[in-house]
Design a protein around this ligand. Structure first.
Ligand code: NAD
Length: 316
């Protein structure tokens, strides 16, 4: 399995992983166990996904049964927006590690560059975007303070690498001004409708690896009824034609388009045959002309944009 070497720890992050967003709690332990059995060695979790305890159960069972050793699995998690204040960062990392039954994360991200007011986990966990009154409550913690608290996670051995998610180029530049420990990974929405080439180039110039989420574009948002009028990528004629030319599925083409350029992918599927298919997306090469045709589908379509949700209507 191909991997990318991370700049801070020197550890290898697999280029194909398994994402845990929207995996229902009751199925999470078995899903994680099955993903590990299928060969996945990167698990992408987050406090916000509300299933880290169950994911930890699946991982612990796989370790106990000899499917994997802890050091063979690259476990990623993320700090939610309500915990940006420095005094909450290590506390939440420790709590999330406890959920996973682990003593370190391979990678811990800031989930969004958006600080929200603190919500006591005993009151509601995960806190998600909206407060008890249905409104979004912004907090004033600057990203610099959160990043400095993230750096301490590395100092204390709670995370081997730290990363950013959903940061644009300007925000990445901001972090690079004061980072004592550089982000190792930038996790962003990335698919042929949203290429973000300048951001990819900027990350590369700093030696920061990129992980793509939502590799299938609108597919993940259909169940949330948030896909708008954006046409399917999996059914796109160009992608279907390239897939049939190479005897692959559209999903494999979309994943390979990213991994072939050294970008990690973390598709999620609750269906074992799809999870297997997604995992087997690295064993072929897409010719340059097809890579170009896929990249040319770029339309700047962003699926995950908090500022376009009801958030701005409900702030304060
Ligand atoms: P995805 O692009 O991986 O799409 C998943 C959906 O596509 C599934 O719900 C399933 O319906 C469908 N699918 C999966 N495999 C398929 C196949 N082989 N054929 C046809 N359909 C298939 O999107 P995602 O789940 O949104 O993203 C992947 C992971 O990225 C998440 O689980 C999560 O770990 C991470 N993520 C991170 C952020 C962030 O803010 N950092 C946001 C979204 C997702």
């Amino acid at each position: 399995m191909a991997s990318v070497t991370l700049k801070v720890s020197g550890k290898k992050m697999p280029l194909t992983g398994f994402g845990l967003w929207k995996v229902p709690k009751p199925q999470t332990a078995d899903t994680v166990y099955a993903a590990l059995q299928a060969g996945y060695r990167l698990l992408d979790g987050a406090g916000d996904y509300g299933n880290e305890k169950e994911a930890g159960e699946g991982l612990a069972r796989a370790i106990k049964d000899g499917v994997v050793k802890r050091e063979e699995v690259f476990v990623t998690s993320k700090l939610w927006n309500t915990f940006h204040a420095p005094e909450h960062v290590a506390k939440m990392a420790r709590r999330q590690l406890q959920d996973w039954q682990l003593d370190y994360f391979d990678l811990f991200h800031i989930h969004f560059p958006i600080a929200l007011q603190y919500v006591d986990p005993d009151h509601r966990y995960p806190p998600e975007w909206f407060g008890d009154d249905g409104k979004v409550h912004l907090d004033t913690t600057p990203i610099q303070s959160t990043w400095q608290a993230m750096e301490k996670l590395v100092d204390e051995g709670l995370a081997k690498d730290i990363g950013l998610s959903n940061f644009n180029g300007s925000l990445l530049l901001d972090v690079m001004r004061y980072a004592r420990i550089s982000p190792s990974v930038l996790q962003i929405e990335h698919h042929p409708y949203l290429v973000q080439q300048p951001l990819l180039d900027l990350a590369k110039s700093y030696g920061i690896a990129v992980t793509a989420y939502c590799s299938f574009g609108p597919a993940s948002w259909i169940e949330l009824n948030m896909h708008g009028q954006i046409p399917s990528l999996l059914e796109h004629e160009t992608i279907k034609a390239i897939a049939s030319k190479h005897g692959k599925s559209s999903s494999q083409i979309l994943l390979r388009w990213a991994s072939q350029r050294g970008i990690a992918v973390i598709p999620k599927s609750s269906k074992p045959e799809r999870a297997q298919q997604n995992f087997q997306s690295e064993d072929f090469t897409i010719p340059e002309e097809d890579m170009k045709a896929l990249t040319a589908l770029d339309k700047g379509h962003r699926m995950n944009d908090p500022s376009s949700m009801d958030v701005k209507l409900s702030i304060f």
